[in-house]
Design a protein around this ligand. Structure first.
Ligand SMILES: CCCC[C@H](NC(=O)[C@H](Cc1ccccc1)NC(=O)N1CCOCC1)C(=O)N[C@@H](CC1CCCCC1)C(O)(O)C(F)(F)C(=O)NC
Length: 331
């Protein structure tokens, strides 16, 4: 099998996250979920989510599906890097993305979600596409959609073609040559503890010299920005007139009319350029002349994260063969 599904920005003003339509159950219930390579739980707003915590999200009602089965005695609970979280119980049911159907997918139904999920009415849940070792279901961990779908895919891969303020695509089971230019550069993935962890070959700021130094981090479709070591981040903002590291805004900000250099990162011998438009992420509040940077320091996180600001500058292949690798191509 092969399949494709849209990745649509949830906000027309800036690319904070992307959602993809999925169907769950019989008859199919359609929800818009955030495909997240940084986690491995597939959870949804549901008929079990208290009404006070639901604000416009689509919900999955297992009781309305003739193919749902409660996974008795199983629970889940997850906390994300931005402090948000959710927990609940588990069903198995039919689950499809882009026409790829998995009959007994573990679908984690939310009994509680944190306030940032309640306020984000365009996200009905997440599809974790990290490695199944990260799945939080207890007492038995469950498989991701990708792990369940892999045996029926023409090739054990999925690709991300995220776009700047535009609809992109996730493809499953094939590599669409029309979506990239030149060659795909594959590098090894460290699957411990369960992220798509790889090592970049270095970085450059604008037309400055390229610094060939290894940068190990995760490829994370569920994170909006890029988080790298402070030394790299300060080298970048040193080239931005009026940039400061703002405690109140929680990161590097600068006047929106400042000229920003592009940010270059290496994958093996290949180079990828994040254009200035992606590096000026958003005004700190609507209409403010102060903008928040798309590159921020990872010092408070503990790992480097190549999030959407970097991913949308490339066509990325998540290769689930043994051993897994990750491929990057220009587009
Ligand atoms: C600072 C380090 C990472 C923060 C990262 N969150 C983010 O990047 C959120 C995403 C978001 C989308 C929509 C609405 C609200 C928030 N954005 C965010 O913090 N910002 C603040 C800075 O400006 C850009 C937007 C994260 O936790 N990503 C999760 C998945 C998200 C969780 C919140 C809902 C959307 C998905 C992750 O799974 O990718 C993870 F790997 F980081 C993780 O925590 N794995 C366990």
């Amino acid at each position: 099998d092969t399949g494709s599904a849209a990745a649509t920005p949830i906000d027309p003003r800036f690319d904070i996250a992307y959602v993809t339509p999925v169907t769950i159950g019989t008859p199919p219930q359609t929800l818009q979920l955030d495909l997240d390579t940084g986690s491995s739980d597939l959870w949804v707003f549901s008929s079990h989510t208290p009404a006070s915590q639901v604000r416009g999200q689509q919900i999955y009602s297992p009781d309305k599906s003739t193919t749902s089965k409660l996974l008795d005695g199983h629970t889940w609970s997850i906390r994300y890097g931005d402090g948000s979280g959710s927990r609940g119980n588990v069903y198995t049911d039919n689950f499809a993305i882009g026409g790829i159907m998995v009959e007994t997918q573990a679908v984690e139904t939310a009994e509680e979600v944190s306030s940032s999920f309640t306020t984000e009415d365009n996200i009905d849940g997440l599809v974790g596409l990290g490695f199944s070792t990260l799945n939080t279901v207890s007492p038995e961990g469950q498989l991701t959609f990708f792990d369940n779908a892999k045996p029926k895919l023409d090739a054990p891969v999925f690709t991300a073609d995220l776009k700047y303020m535009k609809e992109g695509t996730y493809d499953f089971g094939f590599i669409d040559e029309s979506k990239y230019t030149g060659e795909i550069t594959y590098v090894p993935v460290d699957t411990d503890p369960g992220y798509w962890t790889f090592t970049s070959s270095g970085y450059g700021v604008g037309s400055g010299t390229f610094s060939s130094s290894p940068i190990t981090g995760i490829a994370d479709t569920g994170t909006s920005l890029v988080y790298l070591p402070t030394a790299i981040v300060t080298a970048y903002y040193r080239q931005v007139e009026g940039a400061t590291n703002s405690r109140s805004y929680g990161g590097y900000v600068f006047p929106c009319n400042s000229t920003l250099p592009p940010f270059v990162f290496g994958i093996g011998e290949a180079k990828f350029t994040i254009p200035p438009s992606y590096m000026s992420y958003a005004a700190v509040t609507d209409g403010s002349p102060t903008c928040f940077g798309g590159l921020q320091s990872s010092s408070g996180i503990g790992i480097n994260i190549w999030g959407d600001v970097a991913l949308k500058a490339a066509f990325v292949v998540f290769n689930g063969e043994e051993p897994p690798t990750i491929g990057w191509a220009n587009k």
